[in-house]
Structures are given as C-alpha cells and as structure tokens.
Design a protein around this ligand. Structure first.
Ligand code: GDP
Length: 297
C-alpha cells in the first residue's frame, strides 16, 4: 500500500539531513520532491499547491525545540499536514438513531459495496456480539448481487431480508426497514445498485431510497485504485446525496494514495473505513495518523 509515495518521501528528508537550520534555500528541493510525490500519487493539483505552501510556511515560520534536527522538524511538519489533509479526527460510525440505525451504501458497480456490507457487519458484530443486524439488497438489476449478499449474511451470521428483481428498490428498502422495526433490529444495512458510470436514473433511484428510509449513515464506497477519478465520483455523489462518510476499498492493492489524500478535502466528508483485502476481515477504521505514518515510512 502506498509504496511509491513512501519511497518518494524518504528522498524528501534526505535533502534536509545535515542542514543546520531550515531556510528557504535548503527546503526548496525538499518541497519540490513533496510536490512531485503528491502529483505522482494522483492528488489534485490545487490540493498539492496548497499543501506545499502550508508546509513551506510552517517550516520557515517556526522555532523548533533544540532537541530536534531540521530534518526531524520538517518530518513533523509534513506529518501534521498530511494528517490534517486526511481529516484530523478519527471518524467513527454513527449508529445513534432510533433502531434500526439504517446504513445506506452507495457507489459504482465493482467498487466493493456488497463485500463492504459483509465486512462492516462483521466489524460491528466483532465489537458487540449482541447487535442484531439485518442486510437487504435493493439491487434489482443483478440477481447475482442479491445472492452474493445473502451468502455474505450467512458467512457473518447476520440476518438477510429477501428481495427479488421484480420489486422496486424503494419498496424493498421500506419493507426491510419496516420488518427491522417490528423485529427489533439494531442495524439495517441497505446495499444498492451500482452502474458502470454515474447516470441520472441511478442518482434519482438512490435519492428516492434515501428520502424514504432516512439513513443515519450514507456511505460512499469507492475503489482507491481509481485515484482522482475516485475523488471526482465521490464529489458527484456528494452533490446528489447527503453523504456522511466515505469507504475507500482496495487500499491493499497498488493504490497510489491520491484518493486517500484528497477525498476529505474535496467532499468535506470523512473517510470512515478502508478496505484492505477481499476477505471478510479486510476492513479497518480509517486513522489518518496511521496512513500518514505509512506514507512517511
Ligand atoms: P459492488 O459491485 O460495488 O458490490 O462490488 P463487490 O463487492 O462485488 O466487489 C467487487 C470486487 O472487488 C470483488 O472481487 C471484491 O472481492 C473486490 N474487493 C472489494 N473490496 C476489496 C478490497 O478492499 N481489497 C481487494 N483487494 N478487493 C476488494
């Protein structure tokens, strides 16, 4: 994960090692490296510019503790700026709703939505075995997707609300919510259809589901390998739907890091989890400081 970015950043600090203080002159090369590292990771140009300016300002404007060498001080500044870029707080799942706390999953086909519903159910169950969870699929375009969710529910040992392709997505979601209320479920997770690209029909459908079931969490699931495209898609969904968070999948692959570094800034919404594998336990809460330390090596 993020190996290239890590390699690039290790060069950055080498440039400063051995200097006696941080000056405009001697951080020039390091800042150029930071800029290249971020551009290569597919971070959007305005974010990169802003980031580099901030690092520069802080590096030149600050008095450092005598105990820190200039490269340690510079490391600290870059680390802090990366964490801020990704969102300083650790964003937890919000389940504080009158039960069932409803979670709506949105995203393009292949992003990893259905797999993530399974992983998230397991994550919640691992934290609290007593939680009663119901899963439902409103993907009436792909019977295989409904079947996939059913199998995941069996694997994680949570309940599954059946649906079929003859039904309307909004009706499925409402029926599942009604059932969940009557049977005292704590959590209802609604998986939705994803298309290959954003289209109006798909947006209208998910907006209608959102309006009907009023979820406490509306999570946008997106493939981190798509880089800036992931961020653009997140932005489009964020304009159509009041997203409450983002889940970046496939962070175990050779994702370059651009999505993790820009999605928060562009959408204003926190990354809540990252997908780190195809297996059911391949999901981690998103900790900006952990990603920053992975990036900085
Ligand atoms: P959906 O169309 O959005 O519901 O996507 P799926 O849940 O069917 O996932 C599409 C593919 O991505 C499947 O092969 C998953 O195993 C894979 N996948 C999902 N999340 C991850 C992840 O975090 N890492 C890896 N390596 N693969 C993932």
């Amino acid at each position: 994960m993020l190996d290239n970015l890590t390699k690039r950043f290790s060069k950055v600090f080498k440039d400063i090692r051995g200097q006696s203080k941080l000056s405009e002159d001697n951080i020039k090369e390091a800042l150029r490296e930071v800029r290249l590292a971020l551009l290569e990771a597919d971070v959007a140009l305005p974010i990169v510019k802003d980031f580099v300016n901030q690092v520069k300002e802080r590096a030149l404007g600050k008095e450092f503790a005598d105990t820190l060498t200039p490269d340690q001080a510079f490391f600290g500044i870059v680390n802090e700026a990366l964490i801020e870029l990704m969102g300083k707080e650790n964003s937890q799942l919000n389940l504080a709703a009158t039960p069932p706390a409803t979670i709506l999953m949105a995203g393009l086909q292949g992003a990893g939505k259905t797999t993530t519903v399974g992983k998230l159910s397991k994550f919640i169950k691992d934290q609290d075995k007593k939680k009663k969870i119901l899963l439902v699929s409103a993907d009436v375009y792909r019977p295989a997707a409904i079947e996939q969710l059913k199998l995941l529910a069996e694997q994680v040992q949570v309940d599954f609300f059946p649906s079929d392709v003859s039904q309307k997505p909004v009706e499925i979601a409402l029926a599942a919510q009604d059932y969940a209320k009557k049977h005292f479920y704590d959590i209802l997770m609604v998986d939705t259809a994803g298309r290959l690209a954003i289209d109006e029909e798909m947006m209208n459908e998910i907006k209608a589901i959102h309006a009907a079931i009023k979820p406490i969490e509306t999570l946008f699931v997106v493939d981190a390998m798509l880089g800036q495209d992931a961020v653009n898609t997140a932005q489009a969904f964020n304009e159509a739907l009041p997203l409450t968070g983002v889940i970046l999948t496939k962070m175990d692959g050779d994702a370059r890091g651009g999505a993790a570094l820009s999605v928060r800034q562009i959408t204003g919404k926190p990354i809540k989890f990252i997908g780190v594998g195809e297996k059911i336990n391949g999901l981690e809460p998103f900790h900006p400081e952990r990603i920053a330390s992975r990036i900085l090596g």
